[in-house]
Design a protein around this ligand. Sequence first.
Ligand SMILES: Cc1cc2c(cc1C)N(C[C@H](O)[C@H](O)[C@H](O)COP(=O)(O)O)c1[nH]c(=O)[nH]c(=O)c1N2
Length: 237
Amino acid sequence: MTHSNYHFSDAERRGLYRAIYERRDVRSQFLPDAIPPEVLARLLNAAHHAPSVGFMQPWDFIVIESRSVRETVLALFEQENQKAAEQFEGERHERYCSLKLQGIMESPLNLCITCDRSRGGPHVLGRNSIIETDLFSTCLAVQNLWLAARAEGIGVGWVSILDQEQLRTALNLPEHVYPLAYLCLGYVSEFLGQPELQAKGWRSRLPLNELVHSDSWGQPLGDSPLEAALSEPQERL
Ligand SMILES: Cc1cc2c(cc1C)N(C[C@H](O)[C@H](O)[C@H](O)COP(=O)(O)O)c1[nH]c(=O)[nH]c(=O)c1N2
């Protein structure tokens, strides 16, 4: 039964869900091939069509090809990653140190998506109570780009093991512009079938039915049709 005339065709739906399920955070499988400008333009345009609070569109896109800028950012990563590694002990420490958590030099392109916290003036519709909604909006732009990239056969890796102030300086960002996402982009030798952190035994996907609550926090769904549907293996459309 159809409920509306607005649903996508089966093939279109399959394409959308495929992008969602097969999107990966990539850091080890980058190929050096350049991304053609028209393809990069499509990705940036997908990001630019994300929802944003009060239609603020707080994002800017810093396209980084320069080797020397990337070397600077890699040095910032190494410094922060060493500190991060110290947070873990014993076997966890060893495992952490064996993970590859960035592809800054191997990927042909780095992209910093920033959030201009002052865009649209001091009063942005919808942002009065929750000031961070500009950051949330920018995250949605990242996700749009990430999914569009998957559909184009391009891998994206998010590198957040960076000191934001040092990154701001490295990229010459003004004080009111926040470096929200530092991304590595490129064609890949493969997209892994599961998150790399899961494949390497760091952490696994949680069962969805344990994350869905009924009416208030901690209330299980109980014997409901939704619980039954969630417990079924999910159809990969
Ligand atoms: C905000 C944010 C920040 C980071 C990440 C993601 C997000 C959303 N991820 C990627 C993360 O590890 C990955 O998304 C999960 O492990 C799930 O894997 P898939 O994205 O499904 O492949 C990530 N990965 C990495 O190797 N180095 C990093 O610094 C980060 N930082």
